[in-house]
Design a protein around this ligand. Structure first.
Ligand code: PLP
Length: 298
């Protein structure tokens, strides 16, 4: 195999490292047929993983709560992810680890009969917000699509139940907006396709506390804000508060902290990226060279 075959990405599947184009799962896997899976995404920036241990911990917690088991411990998982990144040669990468329920015994509908499957891959980094959106701010639609009820699907287990999020995205595109945040049916916003949300309300950052994935970028943002002396409240964030916010940004492994400068066609503040948002974006990227958070891939 030449190095070129690995340039578009590298996967680990069925205990082997292969070019991404050769990584395939069974059509009978319940990960595909029932969205019965959990996953995590960690990024590599300038050749180093950001908060790798935290992503692996969240992945292991998701598997345990879904009663899934794989043959790899945290150190072995780390080693597999590092091998994928190194072979790809990528210095900015999007690295995903996945556990699916797997395929049951022929004729069985019992999840206990499935052999859980693990695979992982490293591909070039991809952003939620493109370059223009990062420079000018995203146009956000507050969707009336309700996020799946957390009593039904636990959003703290990172999952592929994205039908509501994808509906929100199409509703945003129909309105010429870039992305959408979903609601909880009780007048609050919760999260969007691949991101958590923060709003500056009366000089304090507010971020929803319930009905969301506990994002690792969200956690980083809260910790860095405290270091900067910026107050953060983790509580309900109403649709009305978001519409009237002084500043808004979204957070995700797929792009870090990204500004929002319009909500449903109305400017947020004066329509420029606000000073608190810019402080947080700068602090986030600076944190990548902090040894507390960084694991070199090379
Ligand atoms: N919320 C949802 C639904 C997500 O899928 C994601 C990430 O993919 C996030 C929030 C942000 O989480 P993190 O900061 O850990 O990437």
């Amino acid at each position: 195999m030449t190095q070129n075959a690995y340039l578009s990405g590298v996967a680990f599947i069925d205990e082997k490292i292969v070019p991404i184009s050769e990584a395939k799962i069974s059509v009978l896997d319940w990960g595909l047929l029932h969205s019965d899976a959990t996953y995590d995404v960690v990024h590599v920036y300038d050749g180093a993983f950001f908060r790798l241990d935290d992503h692996i911990k969240r992945f292991e917690s998701g598997m345990a709560r879904l009663q899934m088991n794989i043959n790899y411990n945290a150190n072995q998982l780390k080693d597999i992810l590092i091998r994928c990144v190194r072979l790809s040669g990528l210095h900015h990468a999007y690295v995903e680890m996945v556990c699916t329920r797997g395929v049951p015994k022929p004729g069985s509908r019992d999840p206990r009969d499935c052999v859980n499957q693990f695979f992982a891959f490293a591909v070039p980094f991809s952003w939620i917000a493109n370059e223009r959106q990062r420079a000018e701010g995203l146009k956000l639609h507050i969707s009336d699509v309700q996020r799946i009820d957390p009593a039904a699907v636990d959003p703290t287990i990172k999952n592929y139940h994205w039908m509501d999020l994808t509906r929100g995205l199409f509703a945003a595109y129909e309105r010429d907006q870039d992305t959408a945040v979903l609601v909880d049916g009780k007048g609050n916003v919760v999260e969007g396709p691949g991101f958590n949300i923060f709003a500056l309300v009366k000089g304090k950052l507010v971020t929803p506390a319930k009905g969301i994935l506990m994002g690792i970028t969200r956690r980083t943002t809260i910790d860095l804000a405290h270091e900067k002396g910026i107050e953060v409240a983790e509580r309900e964030l109403t649709v009305q508060e978001l519409r009237n916010a002084q500043e808004i940004f979204i957070t995700s492994t797929a792009g870090g902290i990204m500004p929002v400068t319009q909500v449903d066609g109305m400017f947020v503040g004066d329509g420029a990226i606000g000073p608190t948002t810019q402080t947080m974006i700068d602090a986030y990227w600076k944190a990548h060279s902090d040894p507390r958070y960084s694991t070199p891939a090379y």
